[in-house]
Design a protein around this ligand. Structure first.
Ligand code: DGL
Length: 267
């Protein structure tokens, strides 16, 4: 694998485009291969074993594209399968959880975490926060599965979103968290509505941004910059959903032109 090879990134579907978006902002001269497992999404309601099995296949596919590193954009995969992935492959693998925890200030103690059921039930964010902050950390966690559908319908900043936010998060709000971790690829689309709901004193932490910062740092510290890159992106999906074009614009903030469909079961 050479420095001019692309960076691989995978997600259960379209959500990882929020991570790709942040990577493109910080690393405009890198090339990327994006794989979205749209035929088997969602990962967030599946068991750890299934998520890990899918994640192995996703990484196998990316390695077949000769990527120089892998970014696990999916919070559900990062929280359930990252250690297995790191143990199996030699290529550098980045998940979203570690850099998110590293970004938390030592001064805070009341932290809300939202994500899919697979992410919240894995306890990964909770365990790593406790490791960093000790028992002074007070954690408020909530799976918000309807957010995924709302984001894909373009309704993340709407009165319907406000109602769903109230439904899931009123109890958390009553505990006055200082920080809220947006532990799902889709949740950065709710930044406006969540900030409105919790108020300006609550800081929202976006794992997509934190992992992009970590990859940026790693590339520069290790001299892995692509000297000939042009921000090329190759998109691969395991199915091309009917609404992929319109949905992806909201996540990536640009049009996706060429998509190649692959059979992920072959990997
Ligand atoms: N990408 C997933 C995550 O970040 C959300 C969608 C899914 O459930 O697969 O957890």
């Amino acid at each position: 694998m050479g420095t001019n090879d692309p960076i691989g990134i995978f997600d259960s579907g379209v959500g990882g485009l929020t991570v790709l978006h942040q990577l493109l902002q910080l690393l405009p001269e890198e090339n990327f291969v994006y794989f979205g497992d749209t035929a088997r999404v969602p990962y967030g309601s599946k068991s750890r074993q299934t998520i890990t099995h899918f994640s192995f296949q996703d990484v196998n596919f990316l390695l077949s594209q000769e990527v120089k590193m892998v970014v696990v954009a999916c919070n559900s995969a990062s929280s359930n399968s990252l250690s297995e992935l790191k143990a199996k492959y030699e290529v550098p693998i980045f998940g979203v959880i570690e850099p998110t925890i590293a970004s938390l200030s030592e001064e805070i103690s009341k932290i809300g975490i939202i994500g899919t059921s697979a992410t919240i039930e894995s306890g990964s964010y909770q365990k790593m926060i406790k490791q960093k902050l000790g028992n002074k950390a007070l954690l408020y966690e909530k799976a918000c599965p309807l957010f995924v559908q709302l984001a894909e319908e373009g309704l993340s900043d709407s009165h319907i979103a406000d109602t769903v936010i109230e439904h899931y998060l009123s109890k958390m709000k009553a505990n006055s968290p200082q920080t809220l971790i947006l532990g799902c690829t889709h949740y950065p689309l709710f930044i406006n509505s969540l900030q409105r709901y919790f108020g300006d004193s609550v800081s929202l932490v976006n794992p997509a941004l934190e992992v992009a910062r970590e990859v940026h740092k790693y590339i520069h510290e290790n001299g892995l910059e692509n000297k000939n890159g042009r921000g090329d992106i190759r998109f691969y999906l395991s199915d091309v959903p009917r609404n992929f074009g319109s949905v992806s614009v909201n996540f990536l903030q640009r049009e996706i032109e060429d998509i190649t469909k692959i059979d992920i079961e072959r990997y």
